[in-house]
Write a protein that binds this ligand. Structure first.
Ligand SMILES: [Cu+2]
Length: 237
């Protein structure tokens, strides 16, 4: 996960001097109690252009998923699973409004928080962004899609292992940290709408030949929670 730290360093280097950087720690309370897992702070107000870095405070598994965001946000804001102390995920906020997030493994245990960028959103100015729920909805829809198909015939070869195929366009690539941001097309098997998303690529995937705007097809493998890694990547025509 040193890769993530490098990504963070590169992002910070590109931040204009007037923008501020904030850190929210992902904390596991060793003493348990009524608050076993939490974000610190769990409420934060920043200004458009500021960057917030989520940092794992100890060796434990946390991630960050933004589940309710201003309507103008057109990308899924979601970190890879963090496992090591010091693992980081950074996001630069540009669109004003209220952002709610949680840690997927610990959502039920109350690990959630709110970031206000500039000014809080009014009711009706935000939308839900939840991979997990979108996946369930899409699954339900595909079952009733074509009654004439024999069971199992519509599932792709790879889906038995939870893998999924998709297509999209490269937004940015960081070969040194094995991450690639894609604007992926709507994906039925995952229930994802078209959106921009940052993926970690498997070590076997060579990202060096890719640049912004390249159309690609890819295969994803689940790596815990709602997080996926790219295990195959190809340029498409
Ligand atoms: Cu957590």
């Amino acid at each position: 996960m040193r890769k993530l730290i490098l990504t963070t360093a590169l992002m910070l280097a590109a931040t204009p001097a007037f923008a501020k950087d904030y850190t929210i720690k992902e904390v596991t309370n060793e003493n348990g109690g009524s608050k076993p897992y939490y974000f610190s702070p769990d409420k934060l107000t920043v200004q458009p252009g500021d960057t917030v870095t989520f940092e794992n405070a100890q060796e434990d598994m946390h991630d960050v998923m933004f589940v309710n965001v201003p309507k103008a946000v057109d990308e899924m804001i979601m970190s890879p699973m963090m496992e090591k102390k010091g693992d980081k995920f950074s996001y630069k906020f540009t669109i004003p409004g209220t952002y709610q997030f949680h840690c997927h493994p610990h959502e039920e245990l109350g690990m959630k928080g709110t970031i206000i960028v500039g000014k809080a959103s009014k009711p009706g100015e935000t939308k839900e962004m939840n991979h997990h729920e979108m996946g369930e909805k899409a699954e339900g829809a595909s079952h009733g899609h074509d009654g004439t198909e024999a069971p199992g015939h519509d599932s792709k070869k790879a889906s038995a292992a939870g893998q999924a195929q998709g297509t999209g366009k490269v937004v940015s690539v960081d070969a040194a940290s094995s991450t690639i941001k894609l604007e992926h097309d709507p994906n039925k098997s995952l229930g994802w709408p078209k959106m921009k998303m940052l993926f970690t690529a498997d070590k076997s995937v060579d990202l060096s030949g890719y640049k912004q705007g390249d159309p690609v097809s890819f295969t994803l493998k689940p790596v815990g929670g709602d997080d996926y890694a790219i295990i195959e990547l190809k340029k498409s025509k």
